[in-house]
Design a protein around this ligand. Structure first.
Ligand code: URA
Length: 247
């Protein structure tokens, strides 16, 4: 990779700023002063230092954002803040993993690892996305059974089975829902199909990775190595229905 590109990617400045750092002799490659911004380096094998600081190259980055309500899950928007406005990292290849609605809050992963994102979102991989929701009205066994069987939300196929748990019953009920797909407005549409409306929705987990309690809305942090390993190992976290009962 070109030296100036690498330094800019690693947040040492804009392309022009890092060119200046190189010209000023602030950058070394394997202990030798770098001579040109165009110089090619291999960040995996060569030691690159900038202003005496060793550069630790990370090809992929993984952030956990507590998405606040009122911002859109997109890279750009003409009206609202986007989730990317919260991430102070100038890499251009970052993107959100999946989508949360404007009025949904909670766990959103931001990365530049397309492969992992694809695996986490693919319905075939059955990675659980867990939400807590407040529902207008009572949530009954009928709803729980319907979610477990798959709900007709007007698409070509029923939704995949979902786990619905009532946390608190009342005029406004609190529930936990685990789904393995990410259809448009899926949870709101599942409840609507059952005659209920969602008044608040928060994603609390994706696979085994839980939203960090220490994060406030709008805050983010890098995933720990353990969280990342767990995410990479995630598949089939949803217990598939027991087919033997259908006989
Ligand atoms: N389901 C919804 O209805 N909205 C979301 O933001 C996520 C899941």
């Amino acid at each position: 990779m070109r030296l100036d590109k690498l330094l800019a990617k690693m947040q040492f400045g804009t392309r022009n700023e890092v060119k200046q750092l190189i010209r000023q002799g602030n950058v070394t490659v394997d202990g030798n002063r770098a001579v040109s911004a165009k110089q090619h380096v291999d960040p995996q094998t060569q030691i690159v230092c900038c202003s005496g600081k060793r550069l630790r190259y990370q090809k992929y980055v993984y952030y956990m954002l507590y998405k606040p309500k009122g911002c859109v899950t997109a890279r750009k928007d003409n009206v609202h803040d986007t989730v990317m406005d919260y991430i102070k990292d100038s890499r251009k290849d970052l993107f959100p993993v999946g989508r949360l609605d404007l009025d949904t809050e909670g766990l959103l992963l931001i990365t530049n690892d397309g492969d992992l994102s694809h695996r986490l979102l693919s319905p075939a991989k059955h990675v659980k996305k867990v939400y807590e929701a407040r529902i207008d009205g009572a949530v009954t066994t009928e709803h729980i059974n319907a979610f477990a069987a798959g709900v007709d939300i007007g698409d070509d196929t029923l939704t995949a089975p979902a786990e619905l748990t009532v946390l608190e019953a009342g005029e406004i009920s609190s529930v936990r829902v685990a789904i393995t797909e990410g259809r448009y407005h899926q949870i709101k549409r599942m409840f609507l199909a059952m005659g209920r409306s969602v008044v608040a929705l928060k994603r609390t987990a994706m696979g085994n990775v839980k939203l960090d309690d220490l994060l406030a809305p709008g805050e983010y942090r890098e995933l720990t190595e353990q969280e990342l390993n767990e995410l990479k190992g995630q598949e089939d976290t949803y217990a598939k229905p027991d087919k033997s009962r259908d006989i």
